[in-house]
Design a protein. Sequence first.
Length: 94
Amino acid sequence: MTIGFTRNFEPYCILPDSQVDFIWKGIFDVLEETGLKFNVEKTTSLDILHKGGCRVDYDTRVVKFPKNIVRQCLKSCPRSFRVKARDPNNDVVV
């Protein structure tokens, strides 16, 4: 028995699948082509990402994430998780 609130209905569909796919493609394109700028002084996090297969520009501190790495990371995330409240009866499963 799960303590707390569990959604027992399908989420409301706001966008058609074609538009969701378009958004996912855009996310992958931005991460792979534009990348993310890391405002860090030490290069430790950049080194870790570089060793993990990302393209790192140490001068600009921009990291570009290949699609396969992003997909692999998303697959390793749990499908749901519990947000714990002080009272376990108020926990929420997301």
